[in-house]
Design a protein around this ligand. Structure first.
Ligand code: ADP
Length: 481
């Protein structure tokens, strides 16, 4: 099974969120199951800075005429279990950030990622790679499927190729003005309601939903939710029309990378059998932030984009009550200015009681997973969510809103049976979040019960093995249809 994997961010090369974790781990596990995976991604400045051993495989090539012109190169790198092909076009990708700066998205993102899609198809041909399946992720890769339906429709190179599109977050759709189509070499005839048109604009994500052989989302519950008006972001009708080809496969965790017993970025290692290292991490984190966090006050960690999706407004409204309960919030995140300002001023008013860092910081993220007692994830919606899975592995009990992948991966703890690995609430309001935190606190203050709960969380198994097998089975199914 030959798979071409297109993603706009992949660990360890470039990351802004969960997509990178998935796109770096899944190919490795697919390779372990015998698939030959080639990953395609843009050569960002962030990748250049890493000084990787890069082998030029194509230089000075240009895309066929008819839009999306420009020369590019392709550089290959042998990753962990798979080869990465970087699309090199400095004018588009040698920039400070992947998608934009705090001032907003780059205005030419449509051209940038269309170029990435088309150059990836050309690179497959130029390097002799005939994929059985092209697996694209999120809107940045979705235009690949529009090219396969148009400019490459009669290209024998892709005659046997089937396609899979994965939606990691339906809210990010890649919306552009109509004239983009001409500039990237796609026919204007695609600009219709049953094509890429969406309320007067071009919607890149629609290309994936409409034209891929099959579509997946990153949890079973989210695959059902997005077919409803509440979660469908205006595309629920279209998604319902593809219900037969729509699947939900829960993301996994690469436990070789995420293991408190071996993680080199946390202050002290620990295992489920010996949690002394976790206590040392807690002390180190409290020291780093100058927090007063005695043993009877749980540290409540958050590692998150500061975005409306993540329910930070609910935390802001619940903050006084959470502090009143004795929780010590420690928040690491970047994003929305308003949320940043609120949290910064809350910290001013509560010295030593709130830890806050506005940054993207891998070391601190892992230290927070390791050092916290509970982990708050009050998302308004959550396609899968990885942070609850990382928190559990590091012995930190999640308190989550029951939505999407959070609902699929967290089970409410039941003190009578000793089953469950966290706490959940349903309404996206401050009161229910505080109530769930109160239940967590009650368990936290009973050492035997807490030990059991932490043990359950650490034993929860979200390894990629099962999900990668599900993807491989789906590849085989669509390839044989
Ligand atoms: P999303 O992709 O919607 O942001 P996920 O839970 O799927 O959410 O994945 C988030 C990933 O990004 C996790 O690996 C998390 O550790 C990481 N992350 C989020 N914010 C930060 C941050 N400020 N610093 C370091 N890592 C972060």
């Amino acid at each position: 099974m030959k798979v071409a994997f297109l993603a706009s961010e992949v660990i360890p090369y470039a990351k802004t969120g969960g997509l990178a974790d998935v796109a770096g781990a899944l190919p490795k596990f697919l390779a372990g199951l015998g698939a030959e995976v080639r990953v395609f991604m843009p050569l960002y400045r962030e990748v250049r800075k890493k000084d990787l051993a890069l082998e030029p495989v194509i230089a000075g090539a240009s895309l066929p005429a008819g839009g999306a012109e420009g020369t590019y190169g392709v550089l290959a790198h042998r990753g962990d279990g798979f080869t990465v092909h970087f699309i090199d076009r400095p004018g588009y990708f040698d920039r400070e950030a992947l998608y934009g700066t705090p001032a907003g998205d780059y205005p030419d993102n449509g051209e940038r990622f269309a170029f990435f899609c088309r150059a990836s198809l050309e690179a497959m041909k130029a390097t002799g790679f005939v994929p059985d399946v092209i697996h694209g992720h999120d809107w940045q890769s979705a235009l690949t499927f529009a090219y396969l339906r148009t400019a490459y429709a009669d290209d024998p190179w892709f005659g046997r190729t089937r396609t899979l599109f994965t939606i990691h977050n339906l809210a990010y759709q890649g919306l552009f003005e109509k004239d983009l189509l001409g500039r990237i070499g796609l026919p204007e005839s695609l600009f219709s309601m049953d094509g890429l048109e969406f309320y007067g604009r071009v919607n890149a994500l629609k290309a994936g939903i409409l034209y891929a052989t099959a579509v997946t989302t990153v949890s079973p519950r989210y695959s059902r939710e997005i077919q409803t008006p509440e979660f469908g972001c205006g595309l629920d009708g279209l998604l319902r029309s593809r219900a037969g080809a729509l699947h939900g496969i829960l993301n996994g965790v690469d436990y070789k990378d995420w293991d408190p017993a071996t993680d080199r970025l946390i202050p002290r290692n620990f295992t489920p059998a010996d949690l002394a290292g976790k206590a040392a991490c807690r002390q180190a984190l409290a020291g780093e932030f100058g927090l007063t966090a005695p043993a009877d006050r749980p540290i409540a960690g958050m590692v998150t984009r500061l975005a409306g999706q993540k329910g930070l407004d609910i935390v802001c409204r619940a903050l006084d009550d959470l502090l009143g309960l004795g929780l010590v919030p420690v928040i690491l995140g970047t994003g929305d200015q308003e949320i940043q300002d609120f949290l910064l001023s809350a910290r001013e008013k509560n010295p030593g009681r709130i830890g806050l860092r506005i940054a993207f910081d891998e070391r601190l993220a892992r230290t927070i997973y390791a050092a916290s007692d509970i982990f708050l994830i009050p998302s308004r919606y959550e396609p899968c969510g990885l942070t609850q899975m990382y928190a559990m592995k590091y012995g930190t009990v999640p308190v989550v809103r029951a939505t999407g992948g959070l609902d699929d991966s967290v089970q409410e703890y039941d003190a009578r049976t000793g089953r469950g690995n966290g706490f959940k609430f349903v309404e996206a309001e401050a009161g229910p979040l505080t109530e769930a935190a109160r239940r967590a606190l009650a368990s936290f203050r009973k050492p035997d019960e807490w030990r059991k709960l932490v043990g359950n969380a650490m034993a929860a198994d979200f390894s990629w093995n099962r999900s990668a097998a599900d993807y491989l089975a789906l590849y085989k199914k669509i390839a044989s249809d």
